[in-house]
Design a protein around this ligand. Structure first.
Ligand code: ADE
Ligand code: ZN
Length: 344
C-alpha cells in the first residue's frame, strides 16, 4: 500500500507556497539576505512547531515568511516544493500564495509572482509537473487591502487562475469580502475560500452563496449541517481536506478522529492535501499514508481520492481525462487481484 500511495498519479489542490518553506531553506535564505531570525539551527525551528490552533501557527508562519525578499527566494521555495511533489508523483498542483504578506513588507508583487512563475515554468519543462496559481487574500486584513492586492494582480492575470481567502478564520466571515470576490469574478478569476476549518458551517454557506466558490478549502465542519452536506453532494463541490494540518492545528485530536472517511462515504468530492507541509509533518503522500492507515482506507478509497483530485482541479476537461486515463491504467496494474475482486 505504501508504494501504491507514493506512486499513484495525483493532483494537489491545497498547498500554500509559503507553507512549504523547510527550515533548512529558511535558514539558508535568511543568511543570504542578512535577515536575523530568532532561530539559528534547524532543530530550533522544528521545536517551535507546536501549535494550539490556527492563529498560533499563523504567527510563526508569517514570521518565517518575512525572510523572503528577492525573486530568487520565491523561485527557490516554489522549486523545492515542486521537486518534492514530483517525487510523490503529483502530476498537477494548484498552489496558493499570499501576496499581501510580502507587499506589506515592501516586496513588490512583481518580484513575488515572477519568482514563483519561473519555478512553475521550469518544473513543467524539466519535471513534467503542471501547476496553477491561486492568489489568497488575507482575511485578517482590510477589504481595501484585498482590493489593492487584486489591482496589483490584474496585469499578471494570465499567470493566476483564481483567488482564495485564507488566514485566521474565526471572526472573519467570507461575506466581508463579497465586493472583492465580485470584482475578481468579473476579471475572470475562479474563486475558492478557506471555510469550515475553524469557522462554522455558516461560513461554508457564505463562501458558496456569496463568494460563488468552485471549491471549499478544508470544509470539514460541513458535517454540522445536514442540508449543507446534501448541497455539497448534489453540486459535487470539492472539499480540499488537509488531514495532518487538522491534527497539528487541533481541529481534530488525531487522524483517527478525522471525518474524511465519513465525507467520502457520504459521496462528497473530497480530496487530500498537505496545506503547509513544512510545518505539519508531511506532503501529500504522508497525508494519504496517515489517513489510509488510521481510517483503514481501501485501495478503492485511495483511487477515489486520486480521481477526485483530478476532477476537482481547474484543468480543462481534456487534461482531466488524460490524467484519469493514466490513473485507471495505474490502478488496474497495481491493485492486487485478490483485493480488486472483493474491495474495489
Ligand atoms: N494560511 C496558511 N495555512 C493556512 C490554513 N491552514 N488556514 C488558513 N490560512 C492559512
Ligand atoms: Zn490552507
Amino acid at each position: 500500500m505504501k508504494s501504491f500511495i507514493r506512486n499513484i498519479p495525483k493532483a494537489e489542490l491545497h498547498i500554500h507556497i509559503e507553507g512549504t518553506l523547510e527550515p533548512e531553506l529558511m535558514l539558508k535564505i535568511a543568511k543570504r539576505n542578512g535577515v536575523s531570525l530568532r532561530f539559528s539551527a534547524v532543530d530550533d525551528v522544528r521545536k517551535a512547531y507546536t501549535f494550539s490552533n490556527l492563529p498560533s501557527f499563523l504567527s510563526v508562519y508569517y514570521e518565517a515568511t518575512s525572510i523572503l525578499l528577492r525573486e530568487q527566494d520565491f523561485y527557490d521555495v516554489t522549486r523545492a516544493y515542486l521537486e518534492k511533489a514530483h517525487a510523490q508523483n503529483v502530476r498537477h498542483t494548484e498552489m496558493f500564495f499570499d501576496p499581501q504578506s510580502h507587499t506589506e513588507r515592501g516586496v513588490p508583487f512583481e518580484t513575488v509572482i515572477s519568482g514563483i512563475h519561473r519555478a512553475q515554468a521550469d518544473a513543467r519543462q524539466q519535471l513534467g509537473v503542471t501547476s496553477k496559481l491561486i492568489l489568497c487574500f488575507l482575511r485578517h486584513l482590510s477589504v481595501d487591502s484585498a482590493m489593492e492586492a487584486l489591482k496589483e494582480a490584474i496585469p499578471f492575470k494570465h499567470w493566476i487562475v483564481g483567488v482564495g481567502l485564507d488566514s485566521t478564520e474565526a471572526g472573519y466571515p467570507p461575506e466581508k469580502f463579497i465586493r472583492v470576490f465580485e470584482k475578481s469574478l468579473a476579471e475572470g478569476f475562479l474563486t475558492v475560500a478557506h471555510a469550515g476549518e475553524e469557522g462554522p458551517a455558516e461560513y461554508i454557506w457564505q463562501a458558496l452563496k456569496q463568494l460563488m466558490v468552485s471549491r471549499v478549502d478544508h470544509g470539514v465542519r460541513c458535517t454540522e449541517d445536514a442540508h449543507l452536506v446534501q448541497t455539497l453532494k448534489a453540486r459535487q463541490t470539492p472539499l480540499t481536506v488537509c488531514p495532518l494540518s487538522n491534527v497539528k492545528l487541533r481541529v481534530f485530536d488525531d487522524i483517527a478522529g478525522s471525518n474524511l472517511k465519513q465525507l467520502l462515504d457520504l459521496g462528497l468530492c473530497v480530496t487530500v492535501n498537505s496545506d503547509d507541509p513544512a510545518y505539519f509533518g508531511g506532503y501529500v503522500m504522508e497525508n494519504l499514508l496517515a489517513v489510509q492507515s488510521a481510517l483503514n482506507l481501501s485501495y478503492g478509497d485511495v483511487c477515489r481520492l486520486a480521481r477526485n483530485s483530478f476532477n476537482a482541479s481547474f484543468l480543462s476537461e481534456e487534461e482531466k481525462q488524460a490524467l484519469r486515463n493514466e490513473l485507471d491504467v495505474f490502478c488496474s496494474n497495481n491493485v492486487p487481484d485478490s483485493i480488486r475482486s472483493s474491495n474495489l
